[in-house]
Ligand binder design. Structure first.
Ligand code: C5P
Length: 469
């Protein structure tokens, strides 16, 4: 992925900015439909700041990608411009059928793959259309930023939110950022908007007292520390740290000592590559104009928690500068962490119940984990070194009396070797009268409970098939 593709993306951003400007200077009313996760919320925040600056009225909704029937309903609403943020690419057929056909203007700022029709009412910025990879080179927030930056250079301070979106979509890898993301991080550093350092990547490092930050740690889960307040306070005391400090306030030397003490305490997981990468590495601090937590991962965790509790508007309000709701948004993050730390404790205690088949590790957790939590719990458990990542990981949980929810996760490394849990899950679910799908590294399904054993056999075979074993 070279600089030619990045330049193509920037040129397209400029064209899209012209399309948007026509609505900013007129009497347009705008409808924004944004995805309900950290990237979608950050992207919506960037766009909204631009619309506010031009006094352009807009109405915003946060939702999972709309279904065709919902887009049909949307087309009955009276707006001059519909903007799809972090979604829209996968819905292009319905958007064409219900919105473009009525000559409604549509703007799509997204990073999911699609083929776009040429249409005079349509503008879009999508990395895939420029030869870039939307899974790692730029997020929806990066796309939104790239457009508003071309609308007016005064929007440059919003670049921090673009990095929030990229981190939110897990676009940072062992070797750092690539593509447009890499350019945006460099720009943020040059503008003095972000500080990049090395340290502990724990959620809450910029706003939570250290012992509390450790107790609620889910990324990574810290064995014999997370969820154990006594152990957390004892560790802080043993290092002679002020109990009221945040990790941010410790200073480099003391933070290093805390990191060493954690590695010494967590046991054998300290040697695990995933665990170490999740615990230690690059820390991004917003140094100017942050409207929420200064730490980028803290900001991401807060926005994600708002989305998970269906209160994306709270996170959005923080991104556009509402300090009053910040406390409420952080309270949601705390509730989420309290819950998830319990789920990860359960997984750690029950790790021996994972069944290892030739092509997957699989657990049936009955009703110990909620259907909405199992997928993220598996991701966090893999990142924390709780579950080995040598093969895809599958979790099954009860979803009512008749149904099971299935979540599947694979690492990018497994996907590169050909594993595709999305395809395998879709195929295996269909074979037992269920329904499912997703991406190569993350997928979900619903299946009839009574066919669980048959399903796991078919799934193992499907996983074998899609990486050529
Ligand atoms: O629920 P969970 O977090 O495990 O979902 C994993 C991923 O699978 C999500 O990104 C979801 O959008 C995707 N998915 C899908 N098609 C389905 C079910 C889930 O793309 N039928």
């Amino acid at each position: 992925m070279g600089s030619a593709e990045i330049r193509r993306f920037q040129r397209r951003a400029d064209d899209v900015a012209e399309f948007l400007k026509a609505h900013l200077v007129g009497e347009s009313r705008v409808r924004i439909i944004a995805h309900i996760d950290a990237d979608g919320i950050a992207a919506a925040g960037i766009l909204a700041r631009c619309l506010y600056a031009y006094n352009t009225p807009f109405h915003i909704m946060f939702t999972r990608p709309l279904k065709p029937a919902e887009i049909m309903e949307l087309s009955k609403e009276d707006y001059d411009l519909f903007i799809f943020v972090d979604q829209g690419s996968g819905q292009i057929a319905a958007i064409h059928k219900f919105l473009l056909s009525k000559e409604c203007d549509v703007l799509i700022l997204d990073h999911h793959p699609s083929d776009f029709p040429e249409h005079k009412n349509l503008a879009y910025l999508n990395p895939h259309a420029c030869g870039l990879n939307g899974a790692k080179d730029v997020s929806a927030a990066g796309a939104a930023y790239s457009v508003v930056e071309h609308v007016d250079k005064n929007f440059k301070p919003l670049v921090g939110l673009a990095i929030v979106g990229a981190v939110g979509d897990r676009q940072e890898f062992f070797s750092g950022f690539t593509g447009v993301n890499e350019v945006l991080v460099k720009r943020a550093i040059d503008l003095g908007l972000i500080r990049v350092s090395t340290g502990l990547k724990l959620i809450g490092r910029s706003f939570s007292q250290i012992a509390e930050c450790l107790r609620l740690s889910i990324r990574p889960y810290l064995p014999s520390i997370s969820s154990d307040p006594t152990a957390c306070y004892a560790l802080v005391e043993s290092l002679d740290i002020s109990p009221k400090s945040t990790i941010d306030e410790l200073g480099q030397e003391m933070e290093g000592k805390l990191g060493d003490a954690l590695l010494a305490r967590v046991g054998q997981v300290a040697a695990d590559e995933n665990f170490r990468y999740t615990l230690l590495g690059t820390v991004y601090t917003l140094t100017k104009g942050a409207t929420g937590p200064r730490d980028v991962r803290d900001q991401v965790a807060m926005l994600d928690a708002c989305g998970k509790f269906n209160k994306a508007e709270l996170g959005f309000a923080v991104t556009v500068g509402d300090q009053v709701v910040l406390t409420e948004a952080l309270a949601l993050l705390r509730i989420y962490q309290e819950h998830m730390v319990g789920v990860l404790r359960w997984l750690t205690a029950n790790i021996d119940t994972f069944r290892i088949t030739p092509h997957m590790r699989c657990i049936y957790a009955e009703d110990a984990i909620e259907p909405t939590m199992i997928g993220e719990a598996l991701s966090l458990a893999m990142e924390s070194g709780i579950i080995a990542t040598d093969r895809p990981v599958i979790g099954l949980v009860d979803a009512g009396a008749e149904e099971l929810k299935v979540s599947a996760r694979a690492t990018p490394g497994l996907a590169m070797r050909g594993a595709n849990v999305g395809l395998a899950l879709a195929r295996a679910a269909e074979a037992v009268g269920g329904e499912g799908g997703g991406h190569d590294v993350s997928a979900a399904a619903r299946i009839p409970r009574r066919r669980m054993d048959e399903f796991t056999v078919v799934l193992d075979r499907a996983l074998a098939g899609n990486h050529g074993a």
